[in-house]
Each structure stands twice: as structure tokens, then as C-alpha cells.
Design a binder for this molecule. Structure first.
Ligand code: UD1
Ligand code: UDP
Length: 380
């Protein structure tokens, strides 16, 4: 039971504290919020971190807290990891977050990105009449079959502060006649990358995986449209294998647990798996180092598309669309779907492009801009 004994279904301003709640729960969210949490600490703001428990494995969660020197969250929801469906998972998080918000009564809740964690956080806050800040607002794939697109659109429409990474995201929000205030903050993924790269480079993760710089292809694959469609998953693995053969380089895949489970459940034969080196997910620092050292990256991840662009590693994106169209326009990234022929063609073009673009995601001070808005709001 909540300590908040008010009989109302919402929180009234006089019962709120000058406090902010940061909601995390997935691997990309922890990376994105790491510079914001640091900035909140430096500014002396009253804040706490709530972890929804959406990601829970050590190599998807715990390792990131260690790598990024983050304190353990004040709250962690333990029941969410047992939920299977989107609705069930979102509902369980919504209930747990609401309970915490009723106890803590922060004036503002920050969510970041497009995972179910963020929808639950934004909705819980909105229902209680707390202010919602959405980091990475306004990104769109315009693909309504994606769970992430549902989440982005809904979160943006119930947020009070929309922290857009750039003008494109801002214009998407204006086009949708969004209610909240838009702040072009830049992208905290850049902050995280710049703050950690030098340290990451010293780890020499290539030695751990026994590969030479620019002599391997880094692969990540986990999006629902690829993993939960057997035909697409098989085709994606064939495409990765074909790219490896074409370039004469080993594809090294840091396999998301979802993908690992689907490969096992589908009993994908060794013929499909052949030629790809499968490894478990690795920590953020090792991953940054590997990404900066790869000859090419094949991915369907949003964060990895951006980081590859920042680190000047050419990318092939195994999707039919992307929110991160800037990376395509800059020539840093190419959409190839999961077609092996398109992937091989793309690899031939992209592998020679190393570093010929400038990254479009901001100057590495997004966290400062976001926190300065947060402090004004909670101090009201
Ligand atoms: C979620 C996000 C996706 C984001 C991704 C980042 C949604 C709708 N999707 O997808 O946008 O790109 O996180 O990685 O929120 N699992 C584990 N251990 C973990 C986490 C997951 O074993 O720590 C397995 C579980 O079997 C789980 C499955 O992966 O059922 C899928 O996890 P879930 O959090 O539902 O979605 P992601 O695919 O991770
Ligand atoms: N990442 C990591 N270890 C890995 C793979 C990725 O630390 O083995 C990091 C990567 O640097 C990026 C984030 O995870 O910051 C991206 O998360 P993910 O691909 O799971 O989600 P998405 O960005 O697609 O939502």
C-alpha cells in the first residue's frame, strides 16, 4: 500500500515534491540515461531511479551499471521479467511504477526512447498528473506494425517536455500537433559515447575475442520483426553469412537473448548458423570498442545505428525502414532489409566508406540541456 493516503486518484501539486523520477529498464535506456543521471547528480537535484525490470539478465543490465559507474536504482520491479505479452508486460510495469510514484510524489518523470518501459512510465505519470519528459522524442519509422512506433507516438502525445535529438524529430512533432513543449536537446547517446570512448578504447576488447581491428563484422539483431518471423530470421542469418563470405571477414554476433531463444526454438540448422560466430551480449565499454574497430556493422538496433555513425563505422541496417534517416542521408548507413543479395551489394558499397561523414546527433551536451529544463520544472 502506498504511504500517500489522499483519497484522490491524482496527485495535486501541493502534495508533490520538487523531485524527479528517472525510469529505466532496458539496455539502451540505461546507456541513454547515464549522462543525464550524472548531470542530475552534479546539479544537486533531488532525483531517484526506478528500474522496471524489463531487462534483467546480467549481460543486458547489471554489466551496464558497472561499466557506466551507476548506483543501483532505488526501486526495481521484480515481477516484470515473467511477463510475456506486450500488454501484460506494460500493465505490470504501469502498476508497479504507479505505486512508487504515489510514495515518492515527484513533480516530474523522465522516460527515454521507445520501449514498453517508457510507455508504462509516461502513462503512470500522466494518469497521476505528474509532468512527463520524453528523451529522444519525435523519432518515427512510420511503420505501424512496430511495437516501438506505438510507444513513441503515444508517449509523445502524453508528454509535457519533448526532448528532440534534432530538427527532423522536432518537425515530426510539430506535424503531429503535439501538446507539450519541444526542446531540441541533442542526443544523450552522443554524450555517453564521448564520455566513455577513451576508456573503452583502452580495454582492447578485440584481444578478448581474438580478432584484429577492421578484420571482423560486428552483428546485433533483436527486433521483433526479424526475430519473431522465422522466414525473416532465417534470411537475416543467411544474409549475414553471405556478407562475411563476400568480404572474407568473420561476422561476430553479440546475440540478444531474444534472438538466441528464437534460434533455439526454431531449431535453425547449423547450415544457417554456419559461418557466424555467436557470442553473448557484452558490456557497453567492450561493445563501444568493438564497434569502433569493426570493418562493418550489420544491425537492426536503433542505438547501434547511431553509435556506428558517431564512431565512423559503416553500417548495414537489417530493416525495411529506420527512424535514424540522418544516418542514411549522411552515407553512414544503408537499409538492406533481410535480403542476402541486397546485403552483399550493400556490403560492397559500404565497406569502403569508412569515416567519410560527420555525425549529425549533436555536440555531446544533450544531458546539460535536458537537466536544465528539468531543474526549472521541479523548482516551480
Ligand atoms: C526491447 C524493446 C526494443 C529494444 C530492446 C533493446 C519493447 C517493445 N521492445 O525489446 O524496442 O530495442 O528492448 O534491447 O519494449 N530477455 C532475457 N533477458 C533480458 C531481457 C530479455 O532473457 O535481460 C529475453 C526474454 O525472453 C524476453 C525477450 O528477451 O521475453 C524479449 O525481451 P523484451 O524486453 O520483451 O523485448 P526486447 O526484445 O528486449
Ligand atoms: N550494447 C551493449 N552490448 C551489446 C550490444 C549493444 O552494450 O552486446 C549497447 C549499444 O552500445 C547501445 C545499446 O546497447 O548503446 C543498444 O541497445 P539495443 O541494441 O539492445 O536496443 P535499441 O537501441 O535497438 O533499442
Amino acid at each position: 500500500m502506498s504511504q500517500y493516503t489522499g483519497e484522490f486518484k491524482i496527485l495535486h501539486p501541493e502534495n508533490m515534491n520538487a523531485r524527479v523520477c528517472v525510469v529505466v529498464g532496458t539496455r539502451p535506456g540505461i546507456v541513454m540515461f547515464s549522462p543525464i543521471i550524472r548531470q542530475l547528480e552534479q546539479s544537486g537535484a533531488d532525483f531517484f531511479v526506478l528500474h522496471t525490470g524489463q531487462h534483467y539478465s546480467q549481460n543486458m543490465d547489471g554489466v551496464l551499471f558497472t561499466d557506466l559507474s551507476l548506483k543501483q536504482p532505488k526501486y526495481r520491479l521484480e515481477s516484470v521479467q515473467y511477463c510475456k505479452y506486450h500488454g501484460e508486460q506494460t500493465a505490470e510495469m504501469l502498476k508497479g511504477i504507479e505505486r512508487v510514484l504515489l510514495d515518492e510524489r515527484p513533480r516530474m518523470v523522465l522516460v527515454g526512447g521507445d520501449a514498453n518501459t517508457n510507455l508504462a512510465g509516461a502513462l503512470a505519470a500522466c494518469k497521476l498528473h505528474l509532468k512527463v519528459g520524453h528523451v529522444e522524442a519525435g523519432e518515427r519509422s512510420f511503420d505501424w506494425s512496430m511495437p516501438e512506433e506505438h510507444n513513441r507516438v503515444i508517449i509523445d502525445h502524453i508528454s509535457n517536455y519533448l526532448f528532440a535529438t534534432g530538427e527532423k524529430a522536432k518537425n515530426n512533432l510539430i506535424r503531429e500537433a503535439i501538446r507539450g513543449s519541444i526542446i531540441v536537446s541533442g542526443n544523450p547517446i552522443v554524450d555517453a559515447c564521448y564520455q566513455n570512448l577513451e576508456f573503452a578504447r583502452r580495454r582492447n576488447a578485440q584481444r578478448r575475442f581474438d580478432v584484429e581491428s577492421k578484420q571482423f563484422i560486428l552483428v546485433t539483431l533483436h527486433r521483433e520483426e526479424n526475430t519473431d518471423n522465422p522466414t525473416r530470421l532465417r534470411s537475416a542469418l543467411e544474409a549475414i553469412h553471405a556478407v562475411g563470405v563476400e568480404l572474407g571477414l568473420t561476422p561476430l554476433m553479440f546475440t540478444h537473448p531474444r534472438t538466441q531463444k528464437r534460434i533455439e526454438a526454431l531449431g535453425l540448422s547449423s547450415a544457417v548458423r554456419n559461418g557466424i560466430r555467436f557470442e553473448e551480449p557484452i558490456g557497453y565499454l567492450d561493445f563501444l570498442d568493438m564497434l569502433a574497430s569493426a570493418a562493418l556493422v550489420c544491425t537492426d538496433s536503433g542505438g547501434v545505428q547511431q553509435e556506428a555513425c558517431i564512431l565512423k563505422t559503416p553500417a548495414l541496417t537489417f530493416r525495411d525502414n529506420t527512424e535514424w534517416t540522418e544516418t542514411i542521408e549522411m552515407g553512414a548507413n544503408l537499409l538492406v532489409g533481410v535480403d542476402p543479395h541486397a546485403a552483399v551489394e550493400g556490403a560492397r558499397t559500404m565497406v569502403h566508406k569508412c569515416g567519410t561523414w560527420s555525425q549529425p546527433f549533436g555536440d555531446g551536451s544533450a544531458a546539460e540541456r535536458i537537466v536544465s529544463t528539468v531543474i526549472k520544472e521541479i523548482g516551480r
